[in-house]
Design a protein around this ligand. Structure first.
Ligand SMILES: O=C(O)CCC(=O)C(=O)O
Ligand SMILES: [Fe+2]
Length: 296
């Protein structure tokens, strides 16, 4: 039995007030079909044009293997000329290699001129654009963004399948404490090992060229690249001071503690976190069997 996944609402020419009312304030995901259609990037960021402007750079690539629970840093699987990488992912053959920690705007600042500040909500952090690239078959394992910002992810080339889960499901997804990851598999859930997954419901969509998905703060996301392509993420600071503080704590506190413990107490630390993940899930399952205490 698969996890129940509902389609995500798709909107176009959406009124600002309506978007804020129906989606942003409610933290409800949406696909916006025309978010970037007036940006120069919509025309300028094809494979060919991006290669002309940035093809000479060198990039670090990461494969589909899940993060090693015992290692503090993601290690690079391959390095390549960016132009060569773009040719490879444009071929649409299976290329399970992604780029996600490469600040292209630092090298080619003029690319920033191709992005216009959206008017849909306030608080877009225009000085923190991120781009993500991947070949067909690449996978972004389930995680949520550590800084607790809202994300507007716009697809420039290729399609991707996006699966989302609300933050309320965090314990039932067996989040590893001190991290933003889970080892559960949304495509092939192991209900015997992870019974909490039976209570989880999510959303899914295919994001196409020129479309944008609004991923509310703290939402879990799992992504499969159907075609080779890339996307731009613009972030909006969380409106809640508490959540902002939590984002800062995740980055400055939890992540540091986790890295320190992984280094010096590798196995016992992992076993502790794993045990905690199951305890948290079992507690959440108990709440499901006592509906009067239901917090979801
Ligand atoms: O599209 C991707 O490759 C990853 C996107 C992502 O995780 C994000 O925008 O937070
Ligand atoms: Fe993310």
């Amino acid at each position: 039995m698969a996890i129940e996944l509902l389609p995500i609402d798709r909107v176009s020419k959406v009124d600002k007030g309506l978007f804020q009312q129906e989606y942003f304030k409610k933290h409800k995901p949406a696909v916006i079909k025309d978010f970037c259609h007036d940006w120069p990037a919509y025309q300028n960021w094809s494979f060919e044009k991006l290669k002309e402007r940035a093809g000479h750079l060198t990039v670090d690539l990461y494969n589909n293997k899940p993060a090693d629970p015992d290692k503090s840093t993601m290690f690079v699987d391959e390095r390549m000329n960016f132009g060569e990488y773009l040719d490879k992912i444009a071929s649409n053959e299976k290329v399970e290699l992604r780029i996600f920690l490469f600040n292209i705007f630092k090298h080619i600042p003029s690319l920033k001129n191709d992005i216009l500040k959206p008017d849909l909500v306030d608080g877009f952090m225009m000085n923190l654009p991120f781009m993500f690239y991947g070949g067909a078959g690449s996978i972004v394992h389930m995680h949520y963004d550590i800084d607790m910002s809202h994300v507007f992810l716009t697809q420039f080339v290729g399609r991707k399948r996006v699966v989302l889960f609300a933050p309320e499901y965090t314990p039932l997804l067996y989040r590893l404490p001190f991290s933003v990851i889970t080892y559960t598999n949304v495509n092939n859930p192991d209900y015997e090992k992870y019974p909490g997954l039976q209570h989880v419901k999510g959303y899914e969509c295919t994001l196409d060229y020129g479309e944008t998905i609004y991923i509310p703060a703290g939402y879990w996301h799992y992504i499969e690249y159907i075609d080779g392509g890339y996307a731009l993420a613009l972030r909006v600071l969380n409106e809640s001071w508490l959540k902002r503080a939590q984002g800062a704590w995740n980055l400055l506190g939890e992540m540091r503690i986790d890295n320190f413990m992984k280094k010096y107490f590798t196995r016992p630390w992992f076993e502790y976190k794993n045990r905690k993940a199951f305890e948290n899930a079992n507690e959440a399952i108990r709440q499901f069997s006592r509906p009067e205490e239901l917090v979801l």
